[in-house]
Design a protein around this ligand. Structure first.
Ligand code: FAD
Length: 405
């Protein structure tokens, strides 16, 4: 009997979890498993804010994909997916022609969403992948270096604007307030000249999070110098900074660096391929399949699932992406063998922890509120757990965070 071709697109949390679980479930003769990813490494997206601020070296954030796949069972192709043609079971690649599949897993992850705000794409940075994070780190460092050497000082070089006080924005601010004092020392810059401004359109920081923990986070960050402008919308980003508006009051903030952290969407390949989607996210069936295509599974940030308790979509997270990868692998094994029943996906949300720099954080874990060093310890344990689930103890030993406090 012909071995089915299982093609997995994307080696982020969802894709790698699918592949590493599936390779344990099926034998060499049962399926051809092909994994396609743009880079030859996996990166921990949830650590990218650290690389962007410069508090963690970018090589700590990534590891080679071949380190965690079983090369007897999985063929890895480094390439960029251009389009999926689901009616013909084909995937078009940028450099290696095309692939055909019997079962497809789309795990192409997130992209920055600028909601059409003028100038953001051109002049703001987004914490989107390893190289984008490196660019932000280098850019901020360049601004400090230039300021310290230029004759006519332009203080706005030392203003960093973060657009969005959601999870990513707050975690990035937490790293920035750790990094900026180091940069000031390295480049002989007076810390009083540096401004870190966070602009959030919603009336509160971390909308939807526990108000007591939000207050804790705001106090911590304000004490370290962050200025919050809530209820304030970014109207435009220019080469000089941003234009914001609050209650009809328009203000220009001159800034050397603007980082947009207020929106993500699913990968544009989803739209290119004609799937019915909202901002690149496909509302999948209970088994994680795209509507109308029983052979196409979608996991991670490209999948949209509804929380029945709130009747709203679950936010896209690594936690859900990994759990979906696990269910997807089990369902693929059922289909490959033609035995058993497909499992519906049920998210098991264990909690959420938001870091506030190296040794502080806030979170709700198993329904309990935590903050301070305890929450920070928990955050690092969560980071290590993600490594463990994909690469076992060897990967934790290589890449884990052991400086726990
Ligand atoms: P990704 O992890 O984005 O992986 C997608 C993969 O596809 C990547 O390897 C990419 O290179 C590849 N790819 C993309 N396009 C192509 C293409 N065209 N061709 C080939 N390959 C391609 N979530 C949490 O649960 N907890 C947190 O604390 C948390 N913190 C975060 C902090 C930051 C700074 C950010 C940015 C995100 C955070 N998230 C967090 C969200 C989390 O990172 C995402 O939900 C998660 O990465 C989604 O996983 P994924 O597998 O769908 O995609």
């Amino acid at each position: 009997m012909k071995k089915p071709n299982v093609v997995v697109l994307g080696a982020g949390y969802g894709g790698l979890m699918t592949v590493t679980r599936l390779q344990k479930m099926v034998g060499v003769n049962e399926a051809n498993i092909i994994l396609v990813n743009k880079y030859d490494y996996h990166y921990e997206s949830t650590w990218l804010h650290e690389a962007a601020a410069g508090t963690l070296h970018h090589d700590r954030v990534r590891y080679p994909i071949v380190d965690v796949i079983d090369r007897n069972k999985v063929q890895f192709i480094q390439d960029t997916v251009v389009k999926i043609v689901p009616q013909e079971k084909r995937v078009l690649l940028q450099d290696n022609g095309e692939l055909t599949y019997d079962y497809l897993v789309v795990a192409l992850g997130f992209e920055s969403e600028t909601f059409g705000i003028k100038g953001l794409k051109e002049y703001a940075f987004a914490i989107a992948n390893v190289n984008a994070a490196r660019q932000i780190r280098e850019h901020i460092e360049y601004q400090f270096a230039t300021y310290s050497t230029e004759e006519e000082k332009r203080e706005e070089r030392l203003t960093i604007v973060v657009g969005g006080a959601g999870f990513t924005g707050i975690e990035f601010l937490g790293e920035l307030v750790d990094r900026v004092p180091e940069l000031c020392r390295e480049y002989d810059v007076d810390p009083d000249k540096v401004r870190i401004i966070c602009v959030e359109a919603a009336p509160t920081v971390l909308p939807g999070f526990d108000p007591e923990l939000v207050e804790y986070a705001v106090n911590v960050l304000e004490k370290k110098g962050v200025e919050f402008k809530v209820g304030t919308a970014i109207k435009e980003c220019t080469p000089e900074g941003i234009i914001v508006a609050k209650d009809d009051q328009v203000e220009e903030i001159k800034a050397g660096t603007v980082v947009w952290a207020a929106g993500v969407r699913g990968n544009h390949v989803i739209d290119e391929s004609g799937f019915e989607a909202m901002r690149g996210r496909v509302k999948v069936d209970p088994f994680l399949r795209a509507p109308g295509y029983d052979d196409v599974f979608i996991v991670g940030d490209c999948a949209l699932i509804i929380n029945e308790e709130t009747n709203r979509p679950y936010p896209p997270t690594a936690q859900i992406a990994m759990q979906q990868g696990e269910t997807c692998a089990k369902n693929l094994a059922v289909l490959i063998r033609g035995q058993g029943e497909l499992q519906p996906f049920k998210p098991d949300i264990k909690g959420t922890v938001c870091s506030l720099g190296h040794d502080d954080a806030i979170g709700v874990v198993f329904g309990k509120k935590i903050w301070g060093t305890k929450a920070s310890f928990m955050k690092k344990m969560i980071d290590n757990r993600a490594l463990y689930l994909i690469g076992g103890p060897t990967l934790v030993a290589k890449k884990g965070k052991f400086n726990l406090l």
